[in-house]
Design a protein around this ligand. Structure first.
Ligand code: AMP
Length: 205
């Protein structure tokens, strides 16, 4: 990590469905357990369904601290988890994402759907323009993120993102290896195009 920063809480974005490969649920269980065993707080979308539920239950089973963040309007649809350490209810989807960013020191995306993509791109684009300097990671279970990682690279090849933006994230297929990479991560120099709005984010806290 950057000088003077430590990772205490890790936010995980993942599917509200289990997906079609049992390896996805196994990956969610391994990640939830690894986060808890290492003493990190798990921050996630607060639901009981899909990979989200598997992830949270695995962390709780290891005695981990699990914080959910869910919009009021989704409490019944995604079935809010009642057994969490803390559950924040937000007014909107945007409030949820903002709260998750503020509560977390690092972000891991697991296989998921378009909601997961929305969340991971929110965090990556905020890092790209300097709203935060926290690392992102892809738990690339069975190559699920290979097309997305290729698309991110394609963006750089075609000049719509800078080469150093590829250093804003790490990827690995194994949960322990991925957490090691997150903890070792240091922010890349982002250069003159960076809009330094960290002060704005700090004010909001
Ligand atoms: P999915 O990957 O589509 O299963 O969704 C994963 C999570 O993303 C769920 O908790 C959804 O509520 C959330 N989500 C879905 N659509 C959006 C959106 N437009 N903005 C933010 N979060 C979303």
């Amino acid at each position: 990590m950057a000088e003077g920063r430590t990772v205490r809480s890790i936010c995980v974005f993942c599917g509200s469905r289990p997906g079609g490969d049992p390896a996805f649920a196994a990956g969610a269980a391994a990640l939830g357990a690894a986060i808890a065993k290492r003493g990190f707080t798990l921050v996630y979308g607060g639901a009981k369904v899909g990979l989200m539920g598997v992830l949270a239950n695995a962390a709780l089973a290891e005695g981990g601290r699990v914080v959910g963040v869910i919009p009021k309007g989704l409490v019944s649809k995604e079935i809010a988890h009642e057994g969490l350490t803390e559950l924040y209810l937000t007014e909107s989807m945007n409030d949820r994402k903002e709260r998750m960013v503020l509560l977390s020191d690092a972000f891991i995306s697991m296989p998921g759907g378009w909601g997961t993509y929305d969340e991971l791109f929110e965090v990556l684009t905020l890092a790209q323009i300097g709203f935060h300097d926290k690392p992102s990671a892809f738990l690339n279970v069975n190559g699920y993120f290979d097309p997305l990682l290729a698309l991110l690279h394609h963006t750089i090849v075609h000049g719509f993102a800078a080469p150093q933006h590829e250093q804003l994230y790490v990827a690995a297929a194994d949960a322990e290896e991925l957490i090691d990479a997150l903890v070792a991560w240091a922010p890349p120099p982002l250069g003159d195009r960076l809009l330094d709005r960290r002060a704005v984010v700090a004010e909001k806290k």
